[in-house]
Design a protein around this ligand. Structure first.
Ligand SMILES: Cc1cc2nc3c(=O)[nH]c(=O)nc-3n(C[C@H](O)[C@H](O)[C@H](O)COP(=O)(O)OP(=O)(O)OC[C@H]3O[C@@H](n4cnc5c(N)ncnc54)[C@H](O)[C@@H]3O)c2cc1C
Length: 261
């Protein structure tokens, strides 16, 4: 087992070459890096039709994260004595039409973080913050990878302000509660976790990229398999992608069929 070691090259049928220069020999390679990143590492023959499919795979993420350290918990206007919102996922939205409009703006290159999910980790585990303090993580949509105006470096904080202003409609004291915040746009998520476009599911989960149109575990590159969120049945923390790839490897190594088991 070699963990935390970046792969520099995938050598089909031979193994992987680590950035440190070490060759790890393997007849079968299973990659959970997204298909664009995986293919870019292949030092060998990638059939053109597969390469074209990978290139046309849509990986522009609309997701923005705002991670906050809080001095105290905010007060929601919809709060009531018998509800503890902090232990739930709090969804901020002004309705389906506004959400659709935000999506369309983002597709045109303008950030419109009008739909947010809020998580308060400290409501479950207060050891993750100093006594009396709290943590809030915001998952916001929609913000484009490529902005029509400016860059993420020049606009990151302004876009973060928009997220907080939107939340303030439902929790007016939110700004006073924030001691520190970190804003991560799609390029930041890409840099942090290595998924192309910062796409949380390694590719849009829309009908044109789902079901039979998602990647399968097997690739036409010798000995190379995919187990990432870009494979069937799609993104999320579901483990089925890994199970499917493992079955494919076992079947190919042993010449058996495990389908239906
Ligand atoms: C901000 C965010 C919020 C999310 N929220 C949810 C949620 O609430 N619920 C849910 O179910 N899912 C959520 N997801 C999606 C879920 O996390 C992903 O679908 C899932 O983690 C994908 O798993 P994976 O193993 O396919 O890929 P990843 O977890 O992306 O793993 C790919 C790995 O490949 C590594 N890698 C890339 N290049 C190389 C290289 N050259 N050498 C070595 N390693 C390399 C990367 O470092 C990374 O660790 C979220 C994702 C994000 C980013």
């Amino acid at each position: 087992l070699a963990c935390g070691v970046p792969v520099a090259k995938i050598l089909p049928g031979e193994g992987v070459l680590l950035e440190g220069g070490e060759l790890i020999r393997a007849r079968k390679i299973v990659s959970n890096a997204d298909p664009k990143r995986t293919t870019s590492l292949v030092d060998g023959d990638v059939p053109q039709s597969f390469a074209e499919r990978v290139t046309s795979w849509r990986t522009d993420s609309p997701v923005l994260k705002v991670n906050c350290a809080l001095n105290r918990l905010p007060q929601f206007i919809a709060d009531s004595p018998d509800v503890e919102p902090y232990r739930a996922m709090v969804t901020i939205s002004t309705g389906i039409d506004a959400t659709q409009e935000a999506f369309e703006k983002s597709r045109a290159g303008e950030p419109a973080p009008k739909w947010c999910e809020l998580y308060f980790h400290t409501a479950y585990d207060n050891s993750v913050a100093p006594p009396g303090h709290h943590a809030m993580s915001v998952f916001a949509q929609y913000a484009p990878y490529k902005l029509a105006q400016g860059t993420w470096d020049s606009r990151r904080e302004e876009i973060g302000d928009r997220v907080i202003a939107h939340i303030a409609q439902f929790a007016p004291d939110i700004e006073e509660c924030i001691a520190y915040r970190e804003v991560l746009g799609p390029p930041d998520i890409e840099a942090k976790i290595g998924s192309t476009g910062g796409h949380i599911f390694h590719g849009d989960c829309l009908p044109e990229q789902m079901w039979g149109r998602r990647f399968s575990s097997r690739t036409p590159v010798e000995g190379l398999y995919l187990c990432s969120a870009a494979t069937h049945p799609g993104g999320s923390v579901i483990a089925v992608n890994g199970r499917n790839a493992a079955y494919a490897v076992i079947e190919d190594l042993n010449g058996v069929s495990l389908s239906g088991s």
